[in-house]
Design a protein around this ligand. Structure first.
Ligand SMILES: Nc1nc2c(ncn2[C@@H]2O[C@H](COP(=O)(O)OP(=O)(O)OP(=O)(O)O)[C@@H](O)[C@H]2O)c(=O)[nH]1
Ligand SMILES: [Mg+2]
Length: 302
């Protein structure tokens, strides 16, 4: 298909054109850059990217589905990128959640893209960043990125987002709960999900009064669609603030730099592999091989 007609259909919101465009960019073929360059900058500007992270089982997928439902009630088009092989969105998890999301599978204004971390050597940020912008250009006012876990790579993906949100639940991710209010230095919003469960009050107490009264800690019962409107209000209020004080622009700039680094490493990989494989070295220490190679490259180009 011609890139121009692909772009046209993409901007009309055609789900297959969206999927095709993302695949073409992921494949790093000739047309990738043309697609990215052809995306409507106005749509990219007005869309909002929200990263949803948190320990396994806290209710991220249920919450995502519930947010989607609330947005669809307002006729808002929404994109979802699920970076999680076990996500219900990708068909790997509990039946109940799958049914919940199936509500939206026939809705052309809910665009879901899943990305597996497993089996991927790198370039996840780069690929996810491109997918985010393609979804935004297709008319998604909101793009949600769901990543499982609380580690560094999940946080890296979270840097792609304009606003980050961590979902906690009583009994899940006790290690991060030990960080208490310190979490709010890392993420914008903290969602205490499963507020219907007895441990929720203790979790809120643990977070401390300062945190819970900051407006950045919210309670939800995702399974019952409770607290979602308030959460969305908090997201949009924060968006307005970030746009006003220019923070949004700075965050996007940082995200682009992060993605550029990711792309660069991907593109250099074949060259580096070849260098490593062909260097006649008696050295058996991989760390030392790497230091020497990096040292040579830096000496030549630095
Ligand atoms: N009691 C209660 N259970 C909930 C709530 N929200 C989600 N759950 C349940 O918690 C379980 C895990 O929910 P998920 O949405 O799959 O959690 P997740 O964080 O996406 O899990 P992973 O993708 O595996 O990391 C499911 O059985 C949900 O039905 C809630 O508000 N209250
Ligand atoms: Mg999930």
């Amino acid at each position: 298909m011609e890139i121009s007609s692909l772009l046209k259909r993409l901007h009309q919101g055609d789900a297959r054109a969206v999927a095709r465009a993302i695949s073409l960019v992921e494949d790093q073929g000739q047309s990738g850059p043309d697609i990215m360059a052809g995306l409507d900058p106005k749509r990219l500007e007005t869309s909002l990217v929200v990263g949803i992270t948190g320990p396994p089982g806290a209710g991220k997928s249920t919450l995502t589905a519930s947010i989607v439902k609330a947005l669809r009630n307002e006729k808002t088009r929404v994109g979802i990128i699920a970076v999680d092989p076990s996500s219900p969105l990708t068909g790997g998890a509990l039946l109940g959640d799958r049914i919940r999301m199936m509500e939206h599978t026939l809705d052309p204004d809910v665009v879901v893209r899943s990305m597996a971390t497993r089996g991927r050597l790198g370039g996840l940020c780069a690929a996810a960043g491109a997918a985010v912008r393609i979804l935004a250009a297709s008319g998604c006012r909101l793009v949600l990125i769901e990543t499982v876990g609380i580690g560094q790579s999940e946080m890296d993906i979270a840097t792609l987002a304009d606003i980050t949100m961590m979902v906690l639940a009583p009994g899940f991710g006790d290690d991060i709960q030990a960080m208490k209010a310190g979490i709010l230095e890392v993420v914008d919003l903290l969602v205490v999900n499963k507020a219907d469960q007895p441990g929720a009050q203790k979790l809120l107490l643990d977070l401390g009064r300062e945190a819970t009264s900051s407006g950045r800690v919210l309670q939800t019962v995702a399974r019952e669609d409770q607290g979602i409107i308030r959460l969305l209000d908090a997201i949009f209020a924060l968006e307005q603030q970030l746009r006003q004080d220019n923070t949004l622009q700075i965050r996007r700039q940082q995200a682009r730099q992060r993605e550029a680094l990711d792309w660069t490493l991907e593109l250099l990989k074949p060259f580096l592999r070849q260098q490593i494989n062909s260097s006649p070295t008696a050295n058996n220490d991989p760390g030392e091989i790497a230091r020497q190679l990096a040292g040579r490259i830096i000496a030549e180009h630095g």
